[in-house]
Structures are given as structure tokens and as C-alpha cells.
Design a binder for this molecule. Sequence first.
Ligand code: SF4
Length: 362
Amino acid sequence: MTAIRHDWTREEVMQTYSQPLMDLLFQAASIHRAYHDPNTVQVSTLISIKTGGCPEDCGYCPQAARYHTDIDGNELMSVSQVKAQALRAKASGSSRVCMGAAWRNVKDGPDFDQVLEMVRTINKLDMEVCCTLGMLTENQASRLAEAGLYAYNHNLDTSEDYYKDVISTRAFEDRLETIGNVRKTNVTVCSGGIIGMGEQLEDRAGMLVALSTLDPQPESVPINALVAVPGTPMEDIEPVSIWDMVRMVATTRIVMPKTQVRLSAGRTEMSREGQAMCFFAGANSIFAGDKLLTTPNPDVNEDMDMFELLGLKPQAPFVKKAKPETVEAEDSTLQPLGEKPRWSRPGHVIERNEAARRERSS
Ligand code: SF4
């Protein structure tokens, strides 16, 4: 088996990414087979438990309150609604549920208590539970762990350099701080990014260096292709080519051999042949369901047809790590501390984001 390296340089990652495609695929597929069952792919379901109205200004995101998009916002879903969706997901082959809330950060109080109850409920369904709720403190991460959370998602999105062209309301190091808080618990880390936002190869490599030099490396890395949503600052960006996606997946697999590499947003633009090449290159998870938070995604039946065609099996839950225990709310030893995560407000101006905001108010 290839040793796990935490000293990848940007130049090495760029060379890996840019080598002849057949060499890249062979290298990635060989590493993939050494660490994973190549015919098994995890099916995950994303549930948007609280949609829209987010105060952040991520340039790709239709849920940012400041942009004019067609998103129907909703308040936090009830535990029973989430349980019903999770049961449907399980019946159609999902082994993992990721709950996303369009929050800047977690705030202690009734809404977070309700999310903790959702975590307990889904863990008891024998599904891996992941949450993506924005920035959080160590105490909040510990409370999620106690409820039975399996993974916390907090994407780096892109390189530290290009981050400044995408988001102005927080900084790259804030992301690392939240990931660090998750790492202090037994919750696994899910962190990846988006390609096709106008970044350079250096930025794709820079993001992979930032992720692979974490020790331990994230257990899960989603690779998204930008879905350019009308009304967002990135609405006019052309879709990224399948070849870029295949190269990004393969390079991610090479620099992070043990990680679950997730083919995430942008799959509707990909042919089955393109997706098959991504699986060969080391992708071993997809998101199922006709929506990915707010953007379109292939129908679950289409995915199951594709699995049959390719001879793929859905991955069972808790293959990579044992199921966490759930501590009931009344038995919890952890109190909310009412702390806010620390974050910097860089306050620089991103002209593209400002133009989209002005458009909304005109
Ligand atoms: S990506 Fe998340 S933090 Fe950024 S605007 Fe969208 S919901 Fe808010």
C-alpha cells in the first residue's frame, strides 16, 4: 500500500494532476484498489433542514440572503419530517444522511437542540449521520459527538489564495479552526471543495495540499463541480469539463488514499461514461436524490440503473468506522456554553459579489 503522506507540495500535486491521463488513471485506480473495494460506492442523501437566508456571501451559493435567486427558504424542519426523509433514503439504498442548515455558525438554543435530536434519531436508524451547520465551537462539536454524529462537513472550497475571491465574510483560517474543533472529538471530518469557480490549477492543487497536510487527513472529501445558479455572482461561469473532474478526483485519490472521495454537485452535467471514469479514478460516494440542498441532482432510480450497469454495490453504513453511541438529552453531561465560534471578518470587497448584491437591491 502507498504510505499516507502529509507533506505534499503544490508543485507535486500539480504534476500529478497534469500527467498523461492514462498514467494518472492507472496510478489513482491502483491506489484506490489497495485501500477500498472498487465495486462499492456509498450512497448518501443530503437533506436541507433549513434553507436560505444565510448571512454569508459565498459567491457560488444560492442560499446567501444577499443574492436574488429562486430559492424557497424554509425554517428548521421538524425531527419527524427529517426522520421520514431519512427512512425513505434508507429504503432506496442510502447509508448516510447529511443534514445541511444555511447558518453562518451554530448558536446554542432550541434550534441546535432540535438538530441534536435529529442526530440521535438518525443514528438510531443505523445510518451514518453528517451535519453541515457552519462554524462551531469545541463544546458544540462535543455535543454533536455525544448525540451520535458520525461526520461533520465543513468545506475548504478552494485554495487559501482564491478563497479571497469567493467569500468576504469569513477567512480560510476560520474554516480550519472549525475543522480543528471537530477533530478534538471522535466525529470524522468531511471537507472538500468546488472546481469550476474560475480558479487556476494552482488553486485546485492548493486546496488538495491544505486537506492532505492535515493529520489525520479528512475521512471524507467531496469534490463538487460548480452549478452556476442564476442570481448568484457566478451565474455566467461555464460548466467545468468532465476531464477536469476526472483529473481532480484521481488526484484527490492519490494524495488522500484512505479518504472517501465523494462525487457531489454537478453530476447532472455528467454522462454515465464520465461518472464511470470518476469511479475508476477513485470516487467512492455519490449523493442521491433529485436535489443537492438546492441544486438539481440525478434521480435515485437513474443512479440505481447506473449501479446495475456498472456492477456497483451500495456501501453499508459504518464500514470505515464503528457506529457512535448516542447519549440521550436527559443523560447528557455537557452543558451549552453560549459561546460563539471565533471568526475573522476580512471585510475585503469582491466586486463580483457586490455587483450581484446591487442587482438585487435595484
Ligand atoms: S455556502 Fe453555506 S455559508 Fe455560504 S452562503 Fe451558502 S449556506 Fe451560507
